[in-house]
Design a protein around this ligand. Structure first.
Ligand code: CP
Ligand code: NVA
Length: 302
């Protein structure tokens, strides 16, 4: 039984296998075929924070595969009504897989340690592995083989950024991260990344122009993530010079795409003209969440 709490949990060849399976499932879906690979299997979605993409793409994807989903919100008392160890052992008796979106990554680790079924991280303060898988699948779909490509990330280096850094390292892309020092990738993460993914090619800078120049993809995420709302005013000031606008996009390679995990805070980390512009692939990215997660479910529960 396997868990996917971060992309440290998957090897390069497993990610490549997953992308192949995703491609097959996406092609079948587009041809109107929905193979019931997971008939009779059940998935719990245990969500402590709001979601559109993660929740709906997992639910819909599981339905395409013939399985069923239980959405577990506040009423199940996660982390409040009983110890997570007990919660995990009981939930594992009922379902084949749990997708958990939680405030604290440590809680999802505890869930996985005690669950008798697979656990997939649906976003925590530490990582968002399903997002980065869909992002790099999208880039491969758009631009072909990934090794040697360069992704520039601009803004707050947080959960999505960490997952992208692992994915880029494992799949042979270079990554440049432009953030103010206070919002740059943290030292404990970097230490683990360099230890577990020694081939990683990562450039850290505080200059968005330097990061974006010549890049194949430009990526940003919100400056105020879920749970950080009290810091919003400070973050708006600290990150103001890191907005992705059309002038910044012009420094990227002519074929570069703009990526964003969404939801976006328009006018903050990205301008409307970039988000809605011809280089923006954010809707393809969101759509691919479902295809990649179908691949992940089929692969994990095979
Ligand atoms: N990108 C993403 O995870 O979106 P949701 O928060 O809507 O799930
Ligand atoms: N960094 C964002 C990602 C949302 C998908 C957050 O954690 O809110």
């Amino acid at each position: 039984m396997r868990h996917v709490l971060s992309l440290f949990d998957l090897t390069t060849s497993e990610i490549q296998e997953l992308f192949q399976l995703t491609g097959q499932l996406k092609q079948q879906y587009e041809q109107g075929l929905r193979q019931p690979l997971l008939q009779g299997r059940t998935m719990a979605l245990l969500f402590e924070k709001p979601s559109l993409r993660t929740r709906v793409s997992f639910e819909s994807g599981m339905a395409h595969l013939g399985g069923s989903t239980l959405f577990l919100g506040q009423d199940v008392g996660w982390g409040q009504r009983e110890a997570i160890q007990d919660f995990a052992r009981v939930l594992g008796c009922y379902v084949d897989v749990v997708v958990c979106r939680a405030k604290r990554h440590a809680d999802v680790e505890l869930l996985a340690r005690h669950a008798t079924c697979s656990v997939i991280n649906g976003l925590t303060d530490y990582s968002h592995p399903c997002q980065a898988l869909a992002d790099l699948y999208t880039l491969q779909e758009l631009q072909g083989p990934l090794p040697g490509k360069r992704l520039a990330y601009v803004g707050d280096a947080y959960n999505v950024t960490r997952s992208l850094a692992i994915a880029c390292g494992k799949l042979g892309l270079r990554m440049s991260v432009a953030s103010p020092p206070k919002y740059q990738l943290d030292a404990p993460f970097l230490e683990r990344l360099r230890r577990e993914v020694p081939q990683v090619q990562l450039e850290l800078t505080d200059d968005p122009r330097q990061a974006v120049r010549g890049a194949d993809a430009v990526y940003t995420d919100v400056w105020t993530s879920m749970g950080q709302e009290a810091e919003r005013e400070q973050r708006l000031r600290d990150l103001a010079a890191y907005q992705v606008d059309s002038r910044l996009m012009q420094l990227a390679a002519p074929h570069a795409c703009f990526l964003h995990c969404l939801p976006a805070h328009r006018g903050e980390e990205v301008t409307d003209d970039v988000l809605d512009g011809p280089q923006s692939e954010v809707i393809r990215q969101a759509a691919n969440r479902m295809h990649v997660q179908k691949g992940l479910l089929a692969w994990l529960l095979k």
